[in-house]
Ligand binder design. Structure first.
Ligand code: ADE
Length: 225
């Protein structure tokens, strides 16, 4: 899979993506990451990427021309995604869909925003990583890349079955335990030591459902709807 990133801060990449599963995927060439500096698509002496907002107000807005030029220069054909708090929320379903493409093009927003014509006439999707505002789209792009890399064939190595796929993806995970069986007076649930696979499965399922009901009832509501 080829992932291209357009950013004002190319030095932030690959950053944390070099570690662990994503790092192995990048090193093995299963995921190719190409990072473009937005300033390379300007043509003025100051390499200006932003300007004041029409209608006034605080902050600067990213200009459309360099972004359009950068995206038009790309080789890939997959979706163009703008990372913005205005986007649809990233969830595992969207991650799975994006992992199915041969290439993705991610645009990292900055400043007060991005000229709306980028969203309306250039971008296929706007994606948010949560209902909070970060200083830019770079960390969200890394979050998206990490989640997609995890699913790209071969990146997972020995843990090849994404564990959260054992139950419905819209359930939280059941609790995990490893040795010792008794730690500082806290025992591992008896059923897990029983060797009864059917019972263990039943227990895990009920723990996952109960935990989801208590912590994230919205996930269960969505399932029924
Ligand atoms: N840029 C700033 N905040 C963001 C968020 N929550 N998701 C995606 N891009 C962003």
């Amino acid at each position: 899979m080829n992932i291209e990133v357009l950013t004002l801060f190319p030095e932030q990449f690959p950053g944390p993506l070099t570690a662990g599963v994503t790092g192995r995927g990048l090193a093995a060439g299963r995921v190719n990451l190409r990072v473009h500096n937005l300033r390379d698509y300007t043509h003025d002496r100051h390499r200006q990427v932003d300007d004041v907002p029409y209608g006034g107000g605080a902050g600067m807005v990213l200009k459309p021309e360099p972004i359009f030029e950068a995206v038009r220069a790309r080789a890939g054909k997959g979706p163009v995604i703008l990372l913005t708090p205005q986007g649809e929320l990233l969830n595992q379903e969207l991650v799975r869909e994006l992992a199915g493409y041969d290439d993705l093009y991610l645009i990292c927003g900055r400043y007060e925003g991005v000229d709306e014509r980028v969203a309306t006439h250039l971008v296929d999707r706007e994606v948010s990583v949560g209902d909070y505002v970060l200083t830019g789209g770079e960390l969200p792009a890394m979050v998206l890349i990490d989640a997609v890399c995890r699913l790209v064939a071969g990146v997972l190595g020995s843990e090849a079955s994404p564990k959260d796929e054992s139950f419905d993806q819209r359930l939280l995970e059941y609790p995990h335990y490893t040795r010792p069986a008794l730690f500082e007076g806290h025992p591992v649930p008896e059923v897990l030591l029983s060797g009864h696979h059917a019972e263990i499965e039943r227990w895990r399922r009920s723990q996952a459902v109960e935990r989801t009901r208590r912590r994230r009832p919205d996930l269960l509501d969505r399932q029924q709807g």
